[in-house]
Design a protein around this ligand. Structure first.
Ligand SMILES: C[S@@+](CC[C@H](N)C(=O)[O-])C[C@H]1O[C@@H](n2cnc3c(N)ncnc32)[C@H](O)[C@@H]1O
Length: 208
């Protein structure tokens, strides 16, 4: 069906936004600014903004069509706790200096590894102590895929772009640790995905 506006629809986002929201309710601060990297259609950011009204969401994406979709979702939902999307490529300097939390859904496997390295390196400079960085997607564990569907997905990603692919959880965690983040809280999600919650240490060394 053709849409009268620039909104894009991702069936997976419609399916996973509820389970991801459940984790965000546990992990995000009570108030403040949540920066989303790789917002895609904007369905996640608008859904989270709708359901977490005390937080302000800042979506972003390097892709102009994605940003147009995010803006259209914001216009359609008439939310006042979400900002217009930033043009942000994780590998380049970020046009934002601080945030209270960061979320990144389904980017790590659909971008070159340098994007993940920059994600953690830059997040460490703009998040305050104790703040969460939440990622979501498929991961290998101890070098092995967790489901046959992820084997096929990994092959299709690498066939599309040899720099893409399902990453090792341990490699992502090592990259996070190199930049001062905690070992992740690992939450099993539907369809063989994981939500990972990394945190910068808080002043008193508490997890949250
Ligand atoms: C599979 S889509 C996921 C979109 C959305 N988060 C979701 O789960 O529906 C991958 C997104 O990553 C973005 N992306 C790719 N490379 C990126 C990079 N280097 N920095 C930031 N975003 C990137 C793409 O533009 C795209 O919107």
């Amino acid at each position: 069906m053709s849409q009268p506006d620039a909104r894009l629809y991702a069936p997976a986002a419609q399916r996973n936004r509820g389970p991801i929201l459940d984790v965000l309710r546990e992990e995000l601060p009570a108030a403040g600014l949540v920066l989303e990297i790789a917002s895609g259609t904007g369905e996640h950011a608008t859904h989270f903004a709708q359901n977490l009204p005390a937080l302000t969401f800042q979506p972003s994406d390097p892709d102009a069509r994605a940003r147009a979709s995010v803006s259209a979702w914001i216009a359609a939902t008439r939310l006042d706790n979400i900002r217009l999307p930033l043009e942000l490529d994780a590998r380049r300097p970020w046009p934002i200096a601080r945030a209270d939390a960061l979320i990144c859904i389904n980017m790590i496997h659909i971008s070159p590894w340098e994007a993940t390295e920059s994600l953690f390196a830059t997040a460490a400079t703009l998040l305050p102590e104790g703040a969460p960085l939440v990622t979501y997607g498929p991961y290998k564990r101890d070098g092995a895929h967790t489901a046959p569907s992820n084997v096929e997905f990994d092959a299709s990603l690498r066939a599309t772009n040899p720099d893409w692919g399902v990453r090792d959880l341990e490699a992502v965690a090592a990259c996070a640790a190199k930049n001062g983040f905690s070992a992740p809280r690992i939450v099993e999600m539907p369809a063989n995905n994981l939500t990972l919650v990394f945190r910068l240490p808080s002043p008193r060394g508490r997890a949250k």
